[in-house]
Structures are given as structure tokens and as C-alpha cells.
Write a protein that binds this ligand. Structure first.
Ligand SMILES: [Zn+2]
Ligand SMILES: [Zn+2]
Length: 268
């Protein structure tokens, strides 16, 4: 890696506290330093009250350990470590819960994301994946993304088009109709959107968001971040070289940097 041109910050990582990932914040910071990444954000999933699915996120009682582990990594000196959180948007939780967790600490960055919906495991070839169903699934998803932005709770949209996760890509004319209103809501909220490179390793076989959406973002001056969504320290900065090419092709030369939830733009 050319020291004059380091890789951008990786603003999306998960530790073992999520119960579906491995590694501590220090492990991630060390791996980042080795990969030439000068800055990371720890962004474990927000605890849910009465969690119906405790196998994929930290319970509330682990939250103080999360803060302590991030602080330890901040002091370890491998690279700069931001305190972040991936605060899943769920309609029934927005009423106060997410804000109540955000009030517990001085976060640098808050990711907003959607994880629920039929898109999660509906693979191509499934008889349920009719064109009508896929259209409805995409319309609902992007309407929810606009709702997420309007809550004003978040700094960055994570994996903005994860509705394609399993490999079912909506037709471009449909996307050209339903994506712009969601992007307008994101732009109005002053949020950034990450280039999440994990999509390359999913059925989607490309980063989130697509090149088409990136160009629509650029038209609206929506800032970008880079995120590997690493669930293992070995995945830190995965496919970032590809993401940089995509971002530049869309016309981006700067990325968003966060400090205590304040955004600035820096070159990458
Ligand atoms: Zn996520
Ligand atoms: Zn994530």
C-alpha cells in the first residue's frame, strides 16, 4: 500500500458481541493498521428491548462492555477507532428506543439500516420470486428507507440497496422510479450513504449500492463512506480497491469523515 495514498476509513465492523461475528475492537484496529487503513468505526448492532432474536445482536447488558472494548481499542494506538453503532430501523422501535440508546454514549457515527423483509433469503429461482412480488418487495423496501431517513436519527445509510442481497436485482426502470424519492429523503436529512463492500460476497455479487444508485447519489451531492461490514478482522477493508474505482467512476473524490456525529469531507 502506498503510504501517501492510504485506503479510506472502514466505517462498518462487527465484534463478537453481535453473536454472529468474531473479534474484538482491538483485533479490528490491528488488522486495519496491517492493511494500511488509518481509521475504523466499531458499529455493532444496537441492543433491542425484549429481543426476539438474541442470537444476532448484543443484549442490553453487554452494552457497557462494548463501550469499554471500544475505548480500549481507541487507546491501543493501532489506528483511530470511532465509537459507532448500527441502529437497525424497525418501525416499532423508533418510538424512543433508538434515541434512548444513542443517549447512553458519545457516538461518533450512527448507521441506519434495514434487515427485515422477504429479501433476506428469497433467492433467484424461488417460485415465490415472481416479477410482481419482486416489484412489491422493492417498493416497500425503498419506502422504508425514506422513512428511516426522515426519523433524523442516523448519520449514514448502511447497505442502501441490500434488498438485492440474495441476487434478485430489480429491473432498472423500476429502480429509476422508486430509488430517487428515497435518495431525496436521505439528501434532505443530510445523511451519507456507505459503499458497503460485503455485497460482493453475497448473492448480490456487487457492493451496495449499485453503480446506477451511486450516480443518482452523486447528482444529489450525497456524501459517501466506505464500509466492509466485516464480521471477522480478516475482512477489514475487503474489496475497498473495487469500491474506490466505483466511487471515482461516479465522480466522487471525497468521502465523509465523522467525529462526534459531525460530518466533514476529506479526499480519498
Ligand atoms: Zn447491516
Ligand atoms: Zn452491519
Amino acid at each position: 500500500m502506498n503510504p501517501m495514498n492510504p485506503l479510506p476509513a472502514d466505517y462498518h465492523t462487527h465484534t463478537h458481541l453481535c453473536r454472529h461475528a468474531g473479534g474484538t475492537p482491538i483485533d479490528y484496529a490491528r488488522a486495519a493498521a496491517e492493511r494500511g487503513i488509518p481509521e475504523i468505526a466499531c458499529t455493532d448492532h444496537i441492543p433491542f428491548p425484549d429481543d426476539p432474536n438474541p442470537s444476532i445482536r448484543m443484549p442490553r447488558e453487554d452494552f457497557p462492555s462494548y463501550l469499554a472494548m471500544v475505548r480500549e481499542a481507541q487507546n491501543a494506538g493501532f489506528c483511530r477507532v470511532l465509537l459507532g453503532i448500527e441502529a437497525d430501523y424497525q418501525r416499532d422501535l423508533v418510538g424512543g428506543h433508538i434515541q434512548s440508546v444513542l443517549d447512553l454514549a458519545d457516538f461518533d457515527i450512527v448507521l441506519g439500516s434495514l434487515h427485515t423483509g422477504p429479501f433476506w433469503d428469497l433467492a433467484p429461482g424461488d417460485p415465490a420470486a415472481t416479477p410482481e412480488f419482486v416489484e412489491q418487495m422493492n417498493r416497500t423496501y425503498y419506502r422504508r428507507m425514506a422513512e428511516l431517513a426522515r426519523t433524523r436519527l442516523y448519520d449514514v445509510c448502511a447497505h442502501f440497496d441490500i434488498v438485492k442481497r440474495a441476487g434478485i436485482h430489480a429491473p432498472e426502470p423500476l429502480l429509476a422510479e422508486i430509488v430517487p424519492p428515497a435518495l431525496d429523503a436521505v439528501a434532505e436529512a443530510g445523511m451519507a450513504i456507505e459503499i458497503n463492500t460485503s455485497g460482493r460476497d453475497h448473492g448480490a455479487a456487487e457492493p451496495y449500492p449499485s453503480a446506477l444508485i451511486l450516480s443518482l447519489m452523486r447528482e444529489r451531492d450525497i456524501p459517501i463512506t466506505f464500509g466492509s461490514d466485516a464480521h471477522d478482522p480478516a475482512q477489514i477493508g475487503r474489496h475497498f480497491e473495487t469500491a474506490i474505482v466505483l466511487a471515482r467512476a461516479a465522480g466522487y473524490t471525497q468521502r465523509a469523515q465523522f467525529r462526534r456525529r459531525q460530518i466533514t469531507l476529506v479526499p480519498f
